[in-house]
Write a protein that binds this ligand. Structure first.
Ligand code: GTP
Length: 416
């Protein structure tokens, strides 16, 4: 068992959440009529569970747990009746909700974002970021009097319901946050550009927290849970089916995919040339860099080709519905592209001889080198009346062998 990257921020959040709840309980329990204290065991137990799942490296489970807890906690919050309070108390309750929901909203987010453990500072930025986002959204909605909100208000009142946009709580603190909010939003957008779930949840959280209505909170709870669950499913599927080094589908995916193929397809086996020599000269890490670069190029092959890492320095391309003649040109183009692509790799240096040499090295950037790599290709196609994919792979492998024998950096087909 080892502490993975998101464990420490979660522990940090757990301590903050429990401390905040105890504080709220001590200070406001007499003013509010629902038992805030009930949430303490919920959140504490759930955070302990999250930490345990994280310690056992079950990140997908962590996300499931985080999202289910978000749902249960919010449901608990709103199912408990008896909010008979004065105006002053409404404000206090609103404050309590803001605080609690900020933490709860952050749980799934922290389940999704892999923040390096040593950067607890980053967690604080995310916390402040989501609070500022909330400030920005409530300001926008409350102050701009968007026509769409009036429309929604009318719609809700016409069916006898209270609009979630009514009585938006708006404090002077939000004014102070507005200047910074645009910047924070921008940072959130940039940081989460390849994590659409984070972005969606941050926005939903901001929306829900800004409105403080059961409807928007429930909407948030449902949507964030769905987003977390789907993210968990996608990430566990990716973990099982994608190759760890290159990120492209691995051998297991290929087997899966072969079962969905039509009766006509072309399959290409690709192998990096003289890779052993390359590894010996530049080191294993540089070898890994090359495998990643080659994989990214192969994955971009057009003509509706699907790329897989077959294993080691071998890749497979599958063209469903195509035959050798349909893909020959595509593969020749890919070969030329790889051959002429200058790859930047990090060069490993020999171990430092002394402490002072080691210090000096840390100040100089890691050396890079530009290398050229070539690949050999073997193409085969499905046999009439046979759906045996393994046999097609074997034929492509034999064609690849011919390409290696024929001098490498060339394409051979199972026919020739
Ligand atoms: N860096 C790195 N090397 C790998 C990986 N998988 C396999 N290899 C290395 O790839 C090399 C493959 O070598 P060989 O099968 O002898 O073939 P080759 O040197 O490419 O020669 P030809 O295929 O005949 O052109 C071996 O040295 C493996 O250790 C990997 O994931 N990363």
């Amino acid at each position: 068992m080892s502490v993975n990257k998101i464990t420490l921020p979660i522990i940090f959040m757990a301590i903050l959440s429990v401390a905040a709840m105890i504080f709220i309980h001590i200070n406001e329990a007499s003013l509010i009529s629902f038992p805030v204290a009930n949430l303490v065991p919920y959140v504490s137990i759930s955070l302990v569970l999250i930490i345990i799942f994280n310690l056992s490296m079950r990140q997908a489970l962590t996300m499931y747990v985080a999202s289910i807890i978000a749902l249960i906690t919010i449901a608990h919050f709103y199912v408990i009746p008896g909010l008979k309070i004065s105006d002053e108390q409404v404000k206090l309750v609103a404050n309590t909700k803001h605080l609690l929901l900020s933490f709860i909203a952050l749980l799934p987010i922290f389940g999704l974002v892999k923040i390096p453990a040593h950067k607890i500072f980053k967690s604080i930025i995310y916390l402040i970021g989501s609070l500022i986002t909330w400030g920005f959204f409530s300001f926008l909605i409350a102050k701009m009097e968007l026509p769409v909100i009036k429309l929604a208000d009318n719609m809700f009142s016409s069916i006898g319901m209270i609009s979630p946009f009514q009585d938006i709580w708006f404090s002077p603190l939000q004014f102070a946050l507005i200047g910074m909010s645009a910047m924070t939003l921008l940072i959130l957008v940039i940081k989460s550009s390849n994590n659409i779930y984070l972005l969606a949840i941050a926005f939903l959280a901001a929306f829900a927290i800004a409105h403080m209505s059961s409807l928007s909170i429930i909407l948030f709870a449902i949507l964030s849970s769905v987003l977390c669950l789907s993210s968990a499913m996608i990430s566990s599927r990716n973990m099982a089916f994608n190759d760890e080094l290159t990120g492209i589908p691995g051998r297991r995916s290929l087997t899966h995919y072969s079962e969905e193929l039509s009766s006509q397809y072309a399959v290409v086996m690709i192998d990096i040339d003289f890779f052993k020599r390359f590894n010996d000269k530049y080191g294993h890490d540089a070898g890994d860099d090359v495998i990643k670069l080659v994989a990214s190029k192969i994955a971009k092959t057009g003509n509706r080709g699907r790329a897989f890492r077959y294993g080691g320095e071998e890749f497979t391309l599958v063209f469903d519905g195509k035959l050798i003649d349909d893909v020959r040109e595509t593969i020749e183009d890919l070969r030329v592209q790889l051959e002429s692509y200058p790859m930047a790799i990090r060069i490993q240096r020999r171990p430092p001889k002394s402490a002072s040499e080691s210090r000096n090295r840390r100040q100089t950037p890691v050396k890079q080198d530009i290398v050229k790599v070539t690949c050999s290709f073997g193409i085969a196609e499905s046999m009439l009346g046979s759906s045996d994919f393994k046999a097609a792979i074997k034929r492509a492998d034999s064609a690849l062998y011919k390409a290696k024998k024929g001098g490498r950096n060339c394409v051979r087909t199972a026919q020739t």
